[in-house]
Design a protein around this ligand. Structure first.
Ligand code: PXP
Length: 239
């Protein structure tokens, strides 16, 4: 199980006061030192956290893959094509949301997403699609020609009862198994923390978890290196 650390919220703190610190680039270097496998950054259309400068520096300075989360907005796509990160993960984006609220609807947005995936792939960028754990969405991801999917785990993480947690976990498991069987590299993420990670980490078809908020929150108390190391340990990874 690989761990991608999303450092968006380091930049959220910085942007709050328009200071130079804390720096998501420094935290990315430390997260890599602590044993994560990739760095995830979301360049939002409103630039509420990550800025172009952060992405350029991380791409140059950090020896592990950079996974750029992005919408299909024209100016963001143009930036991604110039940056050429190792991977781009397409996500839906709404200006007013606190965080990404759900997966892409690939049925509704088939043409738009396919066009962006093809453009990214033509520059050698791996394209991943962030989708809800639904077989229909996975079939459309295949039709679109993406190599990777990321399954949205938010509903599982937010579920309040044992039954709903179990139901959401089953959906994730079934979706991951189906996606793996038809050849996808399967990642998962959103809302994962130190308490709820174990059952997701046990799903063999999932090869990577992308985790941000919980790690950055813990790092405020203990520092980014111990916070990442602890998550690395929970994923059963050896350093
Ligand atoms: N994966 C995707 C596609 C996301 O949009 C996010 C949030 O930016 C994450 C993973 C990480 O979610 P969290 O911050 O809740 O761990």
């Amino acid at each position: 199980m690989k761990l991608g650390v999303n450092v968006d919220h380091v930049a959220t703190l910085r942007q709050q006061r328009q200071t130079r610190y804390p720096d998501p680039v420094v935290c990315s270097l430390l997260a890599e030192y602590a044993g994560c496998d990739s760095i995830v950054m979301h360049l939002r259309e409103d630039r509420r956290h990550i800025q172009e400068r952060d992405l350029r520096l991380v791409k140059k300075a950090i020896p592990i893959p950079l996974n750029l989360e992005m919408s299909v907005a024209k100016e963001i796509v143009e930036f991604a094509l110039r940056l050429k990160p190792y991977q781009a993960t397409l996500v839906p984006e709404k200006r007013k949301e606190l965080t990404t609220e759900g997966g892409l609807d690939l049925v509704k947005n088939y043409n738009k997403v396919k066009k962006v995936v093809e453009r990214l792939q033509s520059k050698g960028i791996r394209a991943s699609l962030f989708i809800d754990p639904r077989i229909r969405q996975i079939k459309y991801a295949k039709k679109i020609g993406a190599s990777n999917i990321e399954i949205h785990t938010g509903k599982f993480c937010d579920a309040k009862t044992v039954i709903s947690k179990k139901n959401e976990l089953t959906k994730i498991k079934e979706a991951a198994n189906f996606a793996k069987k038809i050849g996808f590299f399967v990642a998962a993420g959103h809302g994962i923390d130190y308490e709820n990670v174990k059952p997701i980490a046990k799903i063999k078809a999932i090869e990577e978890l992308n985790i941000g908020h919980s790690i950055i929150c813990r790092s405020v108390a203990v520092g980014i290196v111990p916070a990442v190391e602890e998550m690395v340990g929970l994923l059963g990874k050896k350093r």
